[in-house]
Every structure is written in structure tokens, then in C-alpha cells.
Design a protein around this ligand. Structure first.
Ligand SMILES: [Zn+2]
Ligand SMILES: [Zn+2]
Length: 225
């Protein structure tokens, strides 16, 4: 986690120094916004893939697939997990990918994009955890950011944990959920994957039995939204 945060700080500091040198800040600012918007889309695609394909034995992603399956069986445990534990894998990924970019890239606009995108991805599990929080326990600033749609809302994410378990995959702001679900983008991808590879997504079968274990707990928490 420390390495991930340090990597992000270097990325933003290098971008800020570039802005000071060039006196051009509009490009990096727009790049930051684009990075934030696209990170939500990326979080949705990744979450959809992890939820629907592979198993605990899958190379590289096995641990994440297993953790997300566990999360669907026991959604509220995420609020009890330690901060560092929730972010360890994503922070490692950010360090591995962004550190070399920090060393090689000097363009403040590209660095601003990379910093915002990878930062939002790295903290997406925290945004996810807050989406499972109850109103009276979340900090006021988090509630306000959720209410205006800057962070994924509690009501939007709780829909992901309800039947038919095939929507609202995005975990940063939830901006893309309406588009992806409205145009049935993931359903189309699932059909293409099935046609080409013969791979059935988990959402097509059996989840109503596997993922409803804590439905009563969930309903109790929903009453506080
Ligand atoms: Zn999920
Ligand atoms: Zn969740």
C-alpha cells in the first residue's frame, strides 16, 4: 500500500512540476477528469470479468476471483476488512505498472491521466467498501460525494448484490452503470464469449442459490439507505 501511494505521489508531483514549467494546466486538468471517468468503466469491466469467469485456480487472477466470490456470499464482511488488506493487490499492480511510467515519462498531461486513472483504480475497493457502509457510520464527506455521484452510491451498488446479479458492476463513480446496463453491453459480450469460446458466465446459472446466503443481513442494512 505504501509503495502504491508513493508511486501515485511521484506521478502527480512530476505532473505538477511539468505544469509549473510549461504554464499549461488545462490539458493536465482535462486528462485528470478523463482518467477518473475511464477508471469507472475499467472497474466495471474488470469486476464483470472477475465475477463471471475463471476460478480460484485461474492464473494471476485466481485470488481476486475467489475474493469476489466470497464477497458475494458475505457482502457485508468487506466493511470489516482492514484497509491495507483490501488494497494490497491493486496497490501492487499500480506500483508495477506506474513506476516505470514515472521514470520514463515527462509529459504532465500523460502523467495526470495515469495518476488519476490508476489512483481511482487503486482506491476502488475503498469506494466499494463505502458503498456497503451504512448511512450513520459513513463520514459526511463520503455521503455527500456518494449523493452527488462522484463516488459510487450505496443504492446503486446494493442493486449489484440483488437478483439477477448481472448489473451495476462499476465501482468508482458508477457513471457508466446506466449506459452499460441500459445497452446490455455485458450481456452482448457474454454471448460473444460463449459463441467464440463456449464459456458460460456465472451470472447465467446458479447464482440465486450461491449468492443469497446473507440476503437477510443485506435487507437489514438496506433499511438504512
Ligand atoms: Zn460483484
Ligand atoms: Zn459489493
Amino acid at each position: 500500500m505504501v509503495s502504491g501511494c508513493t508511486t501515485l505521489l511521484i506521478c502527480f508531483a512530476k505532473s505538477a512540476l511539468g505544469v509549473v514549467d510549461s504554464h499549461r494546466w488545462v490539458g493536465p486538468l482535462i486528462a485528470c477528469c478523463i482518467g477518473y471517468v475511464l477508471s469507472d468503466l475499467a472497474s466495471g469491466i474488470y469486476h464483470w470479468g472477475i465475477d463471471n469467469y475463471g476460478s480460484a485456480k485461474t492464473l494471476v487472477f485466481g485470488n481476486q476471483i475467489d475474493a469476489f466470490q466470497h464477497h458475494h456470499k458475505h457482502p457485508w464482511i468487506i466493511t470489516k476488512s482492514q484497509f491495507a488488506k483490501n488494497h494490497r493487490i491493486l496497490a501492487g499492480g499500480v506500483t508495477f505498472i506506474v513506476l516505470p511510467i514515472n521514470l520514463l515519462c515527462k509529459d504532465p498531461t500523460i502523467l495526470a491521466f495515469i495518476g488519476a486513472f490508476s489512483g481511482c483504480i487503486m482506491f476502488s475497493q475503498q469506494f466499494h467498501t463505502w458503498a456497503h457502509g451504512t448511512k450513520n457510520k459513513l463520514p459526511k464527506i463520503v455521503l455527500a460525494l456518494q449523493d452527488v455521484g462522484i463516488l459510487v452510491s450505496r443504492s446503486q451498488h446494493v442493486a449489484h448484490h440483488r437478483l439477477p446479479y448481472n448489473n451495476n458492476y462499476c465501482l468508482v463513480s458508477g457513471l457508466w452503470n446506466n449506459f452499460l446496463d441500459g445497452y446490455k453491453v455485458f450481456e452482448l459480450l457474454e454471448r460473444i464469449f460463449f459463441f467464440i469460446f463456449g464459456a458460460q458466465p456465472r451470472s447465467w446459472s446458479g447464482l440465486d442459490l450461491e449468492w443469497t446466503e446473507e440476503i437477510e443481513t443485506q435487507s437489514l442494512c438496506d433499511s438504512q439507505y
